[in-house]
Write a protein that binds this ligand. Structure first.
Ligand code: SAH
Ligand code: AVI
Length: 320
């Protein structure tokens, strides 16, 4: 009998998504592919640009209301954070919870090991009664079974990352989240609000070009991981507000007609001059849209907090 051996070279986990997305019409790539080590680094840099207001605004909401948020969330909580990234803002909530309970377990979940390493290094050691247990996982492929984690859960989904789902996917995701939690558990989610188009446009077209580099890193990642031959200078970053769909759209536009070879996929992809790859939607919300999304997912909206300009909102919802 011939013994079966696993092949020594595994195809990168992004291969199927890239093959499928670049074969689609119009071409698309899922935004979760942004976050390799370089993408996570660039995202952190975006949050520091003067134009990208969401992170700063959400942090200010936390600074103003975190004690009230912690009180509303409940007692003796276990903290889970989806798409935690470097978890910088989460510190404020961790400190507020640790003022109310003796110890805290924190499970940051992220597809990016680099981001989680960052979270772990920045938190560990600072809080003796905090235990951090990072989980590398893709939350769009089934959530970790949160019911198995001890205690009453507070799940965080910050930064308006929920806005990177299509509306039906966001609802489905929340239904799945509700089912993976127990009655009485809570969700604290951040939502970026609809605002004047110039502010929205600037946030995704920063003057230093960090968002453009973040977007183009998708092509660089295909080059690194799949032996792609993309010339980054022959694509341009395109981001605009689509008022009908209430979303910012990001695309990469081919500046000439070209055919790109991707070694590990064993094929090339044709681009017409001006053809775009749709790389991200970032939906923006109204108070009514937040209430309707949470309620149609079977969650009970308890309280919202916002900044003085109404640019960003934090919503606490509970599993009935
Ligand atoms: N919550 C942080 C980071 C937001 S950036 C903040 O508010 O600043 C979005 C984060 O979600 C990234 O760290 C990215 O790696 C992660 N992410 C995106 N799609 C994901 C997926 N499908 N599964 C798990 N993590 C994902
Ligand atoms: C993570 N997510 C909510 C960000 C957003 O604003 O949609 C990702 C991002 N894309 C471009 N800039 C930031």
């Amino acid at each position: 009998m011939t013994a079966f051996k696993n092949p020594a070279v595994l195809l990168s986990p992004i291969a199927e998504a890239v093959r499928e997305g670049l074969s689609a019409r119009p071409k698309r790539l899922p935004p979760k592919l942004f976050y390799d080590a370089e993408g996570s680094r660039l995202f952190e840099q975006i949050t520091e640009t003067p134009e990208y207001y969401p992170t700063r605004t959400e942090r200010n909401i936390f600074r103003s209301f975190v004690a009230n948020m912690a009180e509303q969330a409940g007692n003796n909580l276990t903290l889970v954070e989806l798409g935690a990234g470097s978890a910088r803002k989460t510190r404020l909530l961790i400190e507020a919870l640790l003022r109310r309970q003796l110890r805290l377990d924190f499970y940051p979940v992220d597809v990016s090991p680099t981001a989680l390493r960052d979270a772990l290094t920045s938190l560990n050691g600072d809080y003796p009664s905090l235990r951090v247990a990072p989980i590398v996982a893709d939350y769009s492929h089934g959530l970790p079974s949160l019911k198995d984690f001890p205690g009453r859960k507070l799940t965080l989904f910050l930064g308006s990352t929920i806005g990177n789902f299509e509306p039906d996917e966001a609802c489905q995701f929340l239904v799945e989240l509700r089912r993976s939690l127990a009655p009485g558990d809570a969700l604290l989610a951040g939502f970026d609000m609809v605002k004047d188009p110039a502010t929205l446009h600037a946030a995704y077209n920063d003057r230093q070009g960090v968002t453009a580099r973040f977007n183009k890193n998708l092509l660089a990642r295909i080059n690194r991981e799949l032996g792609g031959r993309f010339d980054l200078d022959s694509f341009r970053h395109v981001a605009f507000w689509n008022p009908e769909a209430s979303r910012i759209e990001m695309h990469l536009e081919s500046l000439r007609e070209q055919t790109i070879w991707v070694q590990d996929l064993g094929r090339c992809f044709y681009f017409a001059h001006g053809e775009r790859i749709h790389t991200e939607n970032s939906y923006k919300f109204t108070a009514a849209a937040i209430a309707s999304l949470l309620e149609s997912s079977g969650l009970r909206l308890e309280k919202t907090w916002t900044d003085s300009k109404g640019w960003f909102s934090e919503a606490l919802a509970r599993v009935p």
